[in-house]
Design a protein around this ligand. Structure first.
Ligand code: SAM
Length: 362
């Protein structure tokens, strides 16, 4: 006989079946799930949220992921690459406003030029903030030497979503060529962890062809890999991508949203002290989507501090929110919303993953 939700919570480790049961929970069981994850967050993290000022510094990408609006093959997009001065000005905005950390994100490009440019920017960001700004990188797959160079230059967290851990699903949402190799993605994650980064990964939720079993496998992978940070969000279709062909097969957006909250709640219960991002894509579905995620387990928000004129061109999916806001708008709006979730924004701190400290003894 299947275990009840309460019996599942008493277990040390969740099985695949337990996770599927929780993902499919409704009514009182669903309420119990969110209550439990909120309690665990309160106990291990407190009702706190840390900022990572997000600088989407370039939408130029060498990859052709079948779901992504900035894929190389999308010709209906103005490509941009912020100047070093623009990136440093955005970093300075985060520093002056005591964000504690920034996240540098872009499309995926591998070249000695990109490696040196980011290294140089990292040194400059550390210099302008007198070492105070923490830096998360999210610039995709790179060689271990490049990751090491950036780590030595001061980046200490890296977010590389595995996107989907079922290899068959991975191959349905990516071109099947050497540029989109699942094994390479895994090896990159391993190198990041070995080098000493706080390592984050995640998946998209509600993809075409994805099953509850796949999602349960994703959470088991994260636990087994011993990640320090998690960034998961709903898949949202983009009209200029090949996967748009399957949009009729997708579950409604409201269900993708609910499933994302459940994924966040379950990973919070499974990995109590990791950092969990409330993804921007949640807000594309529900205006207070990120706040709902904070209430049930997330503790990291990424206010967008990319200069406004570029935001419209970093459209990963349709209806991406806040593309016409300024960095200042973004901050005051988020702060007001977070207090609605009874949480407090902690300024001037890195808000590092406690799990990383436990895991490494640092
Ligand atoms: N290229 C880098 C990488 O893969 O790590 C970072 C940039 S990439 C655009 C950032 C994330 O956007 C991806 O990891 C993916 O999960 C997410 N993304 C792309 N297209 C999306 C879509 N249609 N819906 C939701 N999320 C999407």
């Amino acid at each position: 006989m299947a275990l009840t939700v309460k019996e599942i919570f008493e277990k040390e480790e969740f099985t695949r079946e337990n996770i599927i049961y929780l993902l499919e929970s409704t009514g009182a069981d669903r309420t119990l799930l969110f209550k439990k994850s909120a309690e665990i967050k309160e106990k291990h993290i407190g009702n706190k949220v840390w900022f990572r000022g997000l600088i989407e510094f370039s939408n130029i990408c060498g990859k052709d992921c079948l779901y992504c609006g900035i894929r190389k093959g999308n010709k209906n997009l103005t490509r941009y690459n912020l100047s070093d001065e623009e990136i440093l000005a955005a970093a300075n905005f985060a520093y002056i406003n005591r964000y504690g950390s920034i996240a540098l994100q872009s499309g995926e490009l591998e070249s000695p030029y990109v490696a040196d440019r980011i290294e140089n920017l990292l040194y400059k960001i550390k210099e302008l903030s007198e070492g105070e700004l923490g830096v998360t990188l999210s610039v995709g797959e790179q060689e271990p030497e490049v990751y090491k160079k950036w780590y030595d230059a001061g980046a200490h967290r890296y977010l590389l979503r595995v996107e989907a851990t079922n290899r068959k699903l991975y191959s349905k949402i990516h071109p099947n060529d050497s540029k989109h190799d699942f094994n390479r993605r895994l090896n990159c994650l391993k190198s990041l962890q070995d080098i000493g980064y706080q390592t984050g990964t995640g998946v998209m939720i509600g993809l075409p062809f994805q099953t509850m079993d796949d999602l349960a496998g994703d959470l088991l992978f994260m636990k087994d890999f011993n990640i320090d940070m998690c960034g998961m969000g709903p898949y949202i279709e983009h009209a200029g991508t090949p996967l748009i062909e399957y949009s009729e097969q997708l579950m409604p957006l409201s269900e993708r949203f609910d499933l994302t909250l459940k994924m966040i709640a379950i990973i919070r219960i499974m990995m109590q002290d990791i950092n969990i991002v409330a993804a921007t894509a949640l807000q594309a579905i529900d205006p207070i989507g990120r706040e709902k995620a904070v209430k049930i387990g997330a503790n990291i928000l990424m206010p967008n501090i990319t200069p406004g004129k570029y935001r419209d061109s970093y459209k990963l999916y349709d209806n991406k929110p806040c593309t016409d806001d300024s960095a200042e708008d973004c901050q005051s709006c988020l702060e007001a919303r977070i207090s609605l979730a009874d949480a407090e924004v902690i300024y001037g701190e890195w808000g590092d993953s406690k799990h990383y400290m436990e895991r490494t003894g640092k």
